[in-house]
Write a protein that binds this ligand. Structure first.
Ligand code: PFF
Length: 454
């Protein structure tokens, strides 16, 4: 058997795992989902779900990969020998979900590319030209431009993945991440000096439970899985590259903490600016792309700052996309021994490109196509993240619960040198067995009730 690649350093694993977790989900999606669900109470539920449900499931997926040294399809097939034949499907669904999400993610990454180039232009041109160009509405009405940008993004992603797991990006991520953190902190400090801050803090941190809807629990869970990359098989693939001495519970917990912190920072960064602008609905997926560029163009040095910010955001989006493509490719290569990696990567990119046509044209040619009052891209987001993702994540979890013995689970969780791992083990087991499946099913049930009650 060919030797499977492993991370050269533990730092390499964290870079990729945190890089795949932190992306558009934190900076673009989280703020408007918080807006949709009324602020503080939702944030509270979200943070609780991330730590209580997301982290334990993330750890389980890393373990599936680390113990099997295989990608999600083959790994769940192995688990299904004990768990039952129907669980063979969990892994396949995860891979299908990954490629569909990649195609949709590519469109949003294309928006980031657009703003990045617009800021680049604006560094060299008079402000009045820029204001018109950076207008989000212009981009939204131009479907072909969106398709072109998404294709460019997919091409870049494919080229990076063809170069291999470690060589590709480690270097770049280690440069851009600290820069990005610094830029975000500067923005947070600046936006906190805006007069809207007290109102924003109340909105974000005063939990008003009456603002929650039937779907809020499921929206929180769906977003937890999306942002932590649970249910896609990415973590199984990453786990399969972990070194023997690495401890998935420690890694999983750290990734969850960093990811949740970044989401919280994103909301305190965006909302003061959004409240100040006041004409942008907080529930609008365009929230970040609307308020931030406008705000930045209005301040001194904003063009250069915007260029650096959107360049870093693009790196984050690219990183996350690499994670998604990597799942598809590693599964393909694992399942079909004859398929070579390079070819599998190009084919997967091509499939994603075809799928990307629908979300890319959603706000132009398909503008009038509405599902339950939502645009195509919004409906796709809801279908993928609020409905399918929790189900697939649950399928993988059940395969793990039923396909492994108590002894195996304990062995992979408890580390002799880590006292907390003894104390946490029973909680983790109980959560995987009862709490997580119960909460996921409850979330889906409440959402179904919400659909009927309107
Ligand atoms: N977690 C990423 C984000 O929050 O943007 C999205 C994502 C990346 C999901 C990679 C799944 C994945 F495999």
């Amino acid at each position: 058997m060919a030797k499977r690649g492993a991370w050269r350093t533990r730092f390499g694993f964290y870079l990729l795992a945190i890089g795949s977790a932190c992306g558009l989900g934190n900076l673009w999606r989280f703020p408007y989902v918080v807006g949709e669900n009324g602020g503080g109470a939702f944030i509270l539920i979200y943070v609780f779900m991330a730590l209580a449900i997301g982290a334990p499931m993330l750890i389980a997926e890393l373990m599936i990969g680390k113990n099997s040294r295989r990608s999600v399809i083959v790994a769940t097939q192995q688990l299904s020998q004990k768990a039952g034949r129907s669980f063979r499907w969990a892994g396949r669904f995860a891979v299908i979900l990954s490629i569909v999400v990649l195609s949709y993610y590519a469109v949003i990454s294309g928006w980031v590319l657009h703003f990045m180039t617009q800021f680049l232009i604006s560094v060299f041109s008079p402000p009045e030209i820029v204001t018109a160009k950076t207008n989000l509405a212009a981009l939204m009405s131009n479907g072909w431009l969106q398709l072109m940008l998404a294709s460019a993004h997919l091409l870049i992603t494919v080229v990076v993945v063809v170069k291999g797991v470690q060589e590709g990006l480690e270097k770049w991520i280690s440069y851009t991440m600290p820069l990005f953190v610094a830029l975000v902190v500067i923005l947070v400090v600046r936006s906190f000096s805006l007069p809207s801050t007290p109102e924003v803090l109340r909105f974000l941190f005063y939990p008003d439970f009456s603002k929650l809807t039937w779907s809020s629990l499921n929206h929180a869970l769906g977003h937890v899985f999306f942002t932590l990359s649970v249910g896609f098989g990415t973590l199984v693939t990453f786990g399969s590259y972990m070194r023997e001495e690495d401890h998935p519970p420690t890694a999983g917990f750290r990734v969850t903490l960093v990811d949740t912190a970044i989401s919280l920072i994103a909301v305190v960064m965006i909302f003061p600016v959004a409240f100040q602008a006041s004409n942008v609905p907080l529930t609008d997926p365009a929230l970040m792309f609307e308020v931030l560029p406008r705000y930045l163009l209005g301040i001194r040095g904003g063009a250069l700052f915007g260029l650096a910010f959107f360049a870093c955001l693009y790196m984050a989006a690219l990183n996350a996309s690499i994670g998604l493509l990597e799942v598809v490719v590693s599964n393909w290569v694992d399942a079909q021994k004859k398929m070579d990696r390079g070819r599998a990567t190009w084919y997967s990119g091509l499939v994603a490109l075809v799928l990307t046509i629908i979300p890319a044209l959603s706000s132009s040619i398909f503008e009038n196509v509405r599902v339950l009052g939502k645009s195509l891209i919004e409906s796709l987001d809801s279908l993928l993240i609020n409905w399918l993702l929790p189900l697939v994540a649950l399928g993988i979890l059940w395969a793990y619960n039923r396909g492994t013995s108590e002894k195996e689970r304990e062995l992979s969780f408890v580390d002799k040198d880590k006292f907390v791992s003894y104390t946490m083990y029973p909680h983790w087991r109980f959560t995987l067995q009862w709490v997580a499946p119960g909460v996921i099913l409850l979330g889906l049930l409440l959402q179904i009730i919400g659909v009927f009650l309107g």
